[in-house]
Design a protein around this ligand. Structure first.
Ligand SMILES: Nc1ncnc2c1ncn2[C@@H]1O[C@H](COP(=O)(O)OP(=O)(O)OP(=O)(O)O)[C@@H](O)[C@H]1O
Ligand SMILES: [Mg+2]
Length: 633
């Protein structure tokens, strides 16, 4: 059997990556802004201007105060010079305001654009991810990367980072100023900074952990809410409102816990650093006064220095506050990049689907015209291309597959469907019927054995082209928000209204659509909840039929449709499917009865195969499965 054979497993794709380092995340974010280089330069200039102008303004306190002191001492006060000095000081402060305005405006601009690009990349990524990703991740959790994580990131870009940078520049500028004013007093400040840094690090380090937990918890809460909205009918039918609330309370509690821890740390940081700065102010004022009295420093220097300490500690407080939101946003950014780094759907297929014309000798040549003849365009090693007509010949050769490495779902499936044949799969639930269709359209790749399509291994066919050649009605019908016509047109975007109506007639959907209030223009809301299950299936069949594909796969397509309608669809399909291959999965005998071959699947193996009459004669599983229904009919 399949022992020792590799089966299609997650191959490490499912493992969640550990958070990478913040430096790399920031570098990647910067990469997103590279298109706005000149704006970034202006932002940097704006920040430098705003911070340094403030520093210089603070310095001007010294000459201003000294001139007052001089006036008092000498009895002569030069009003003009004094006003000049005041004006220069005010000028610098005004420059600072202009710089601030400039950089915050620009940064707003840059961050909005960056977020737009990130959202585009995330969404593009979503479209490229394999079905396996969606099968293994909670949808609400994926959603929260789009909502919550991008939101915190936007805040960080528009406010957090510029403020952090501006604060750093101010700190450096003020530090230089303080050194110039009084190296002695500066030493005192530096000692204080060490104490504060120690405290901030201790508290900040702890909160980073909780911020990560918080982001994760938000993801679970969102995921749960989404699931409960989708499953609300089931919740109500089983009266599980209370259980659902209890479970929510539990997840919500985890969010509360993480959030309150994270925010407790964040909220104590500000007051702590603030208090330190007051203590420091008092200390500096006392020592400064002593130095001024003893004549070591002039009064202007002390005043300017005192003002400097304020402008020194304020940015430190700001940084410590911003620190947490930045950690929070970086955690979000890492989750965003984690999504972007997911392995995309791998496709090494080179064979493509093209329109062709066929000459008298049967030779195919490619054409742009919509001839109705399709060909597989196969590039050869020597650079030439060959064309194979698309006929719809599908073969399985000893296919072994499992969603997980240690659980085989299909075990050595071999079968063939010649062009124009209708092949049916029947079998108990979970036997592997849908899985077979998942392999034909390459939602999952076959690790062992092979599937060929017109003699070509489907692994060699480009996924999009392969899927274009297949008309699929999935087991779970999904309709999009839009009109009925839009939903059918999804199968062939350039379909004319006539084609749509023709497909709807084939699917026997035309009559009920005509009775809808707006006919084909009736707008369907979220997954077509305003239609019955059977009506949704009919639209899904019309959607598959409109593309007029060489191979049609119907997975339980008629399960919710009454037998009379089903018989009508059968007739329509028979016309449509002339010369085409159909795979049909059905529980109902009437659907499969006229198939060329019926495969009975059990635990991933074909245990019986043959025509309806053959199988009934065998009195095996098929007979058992369907006699009940047979008698009812
Ligand atoms: N995405 C998935 N990931 C892991 N296991 C899966 C997945 N989809 C199906 N399976 C498993 O594979 C087996 C076959 O499932 P499949 O959907 O092919 O059954 P089926 O024959 O179509 O059943 P039904 O008649 O109920 O539609 C089941 O045991 C199921 O648990
Ligand atoms: Mg199924």
């Amino acid at each position: 059997m399949a022992n020792g054979r590799p089966v299609g497993g997650p191959r490490g794709m499912r493992g969640t990556r550990k958070p990478k380092n913040a430096g790399r995340t920031i570098a990647r974010l910067l990469g997103y802004m590279s298109g706005k280089k000149y704006m970034l330069v202006l932002v940097v200039i704006g920040i430098l201007l705003s911070s340094l102008a403030g520093v210089v303004g603070t310095y001007f306190l010294k000459p201003v105060i000294n001139s007052i002191e001089e006036g008092v001492a000498t009895g002569y006060f030069d009003v003009r010079a004094f006003i000049m000095k005041l004006a220069v000081m005010a000028g610098f402060y005004a420059l600072g305001v202009v710089g601030s305005y400039m950089y915050s405006r620009l940064m707003m601009n840059i961050s909005t654009e960056t977020m737009r690009r990130i959202r585009v990349d995330m969404f593009t990524k979503l479209q490229s991810l394999p079905i396996r990703y969606y099968d293994t991740h909670a949808h609400g959790e994926i959603m929260s990367r789009f909502t919550n994580d991008t939101d915190t990131l936007r805040e960080m870009l528009s406010q957090g980072i510029p403020q952090m940078f501006s604060s750093s520049v101010t700190i450096i500028g003020v530090f230089v100023l303080m050194c110039i004013l009084s190296p002695m007093l500066t030493t005192l400040i530096v000692a204080m900074v060490f104490v504060i840094t120690f405290v901030v690090k201790k508290i900040g380090g702890q909160s980073a952990k909780y911020f990560k937990r918080q982001q994760k918890a938000i993801g679970s809460v969102n995921g749960y809410i989404e699931e409960m909205i989708e499953g609300q009918k089931v919740v109500k039918v089983f009266c599980r409102e209370n259980e659902s609330k209890e479970k929510f309370a539990l997840i919500n509690e985890e969010l509360f816990d993480a959030a309150s821890n994270a925010n407790t740390f964040a909220s104590v940081l500000g007051p702590i650093t603030n208090n330190f700065s007051y203590i420091n102010y008092a200390l500096t004022a006392t020592i400064g006064a002593a130095l001024a009295v003893t004549g070591v420093l002039d009064i202007g220097t002390v005043a300017s220095f005192l003002q400097s300490t304020r402008s020194f500690f304020q940015p430190i407080t700001q940084i410590s506050q911003q620190f947490n939101s930045i950690i929070n946003a970086l955690a979000g950014a890492e989750r965003i990049f984690e999504l972007m780094d997911e392995e995309p759907e791998h496709d090494s297929g080179t064979v493509t689907l093209v329109y062709a014309t066929k000459d008298a000798r049967g030779t195919l040549s490619e054409t742009d015209a919509r001839t109705g003849v399709w060909a597989w365009k196969c590039p050869q090693d020597d650079g030439t291309v060959t064309y194979t007509e698309v006929r719809g010949d599908v073969r399985f050769e000893d296919v072994v597959f499992g969603y997980d490495e240690n659980k085989i779902v299909l075990d050595g499936i071999s079968l063939y469907a010649k062009p124009g044949q209708k092949i049916a799969f029947v079998g108990s639930t979970g036997a592997g019927k849908t899985t077979i269709t998942n392999l034909i359209n390459r939602f999952y790749d076959v690790p062992d054995g092979k599937i060929t399509y017109d003699g070509i291994n489907i692994n060699k066919i480009r996924k999009s082209d392969l899927r274009r050649s297949l008309g699929m009605v999935l087991q779970d019908t999904h309709l999009f928000t839009g009109t009925v016509a839009d939903n059918i047109r999804y199968g062939k975007l350039d379909a004319t209204d006539e084609e749509i109506i023709r497909a709807a007639k084939l699917a026997n959907a035309h009559s009920f659509i005509s009775h809808l209030p707006e006919g084909y223009d009736t707008v369907l809301t979220s997954d077509g909840v305003n239609l019955s299950q059977g009506q949704r299936q009919l639209i899904a069949i019309a959607r598959a039929a409109v593309a007029d594909p060489p191979v049609l796969i119907l997975d339980e397509a008629t399960s919710s449709i009454d037998t009379r309608t089903e018989a009508l669809i059968e007739k329509g399909m028979d016309t449509l499917m002339e010369g085409r291959t159909v795979f049909v999965i059905a529980h109902r005998l009437s659907t499969v009865k006229n198939s060329k071959a019926i495969m009975v699947l059990e635990h991933g193996k074909i245990i019986e195969r043959g025509t309806h009459d053959d199988l009934l004669e065998q009195r095996g599983k098929y007979y058992q499965l369907y006699t009940g229904m047979f008698e009812l009919e």
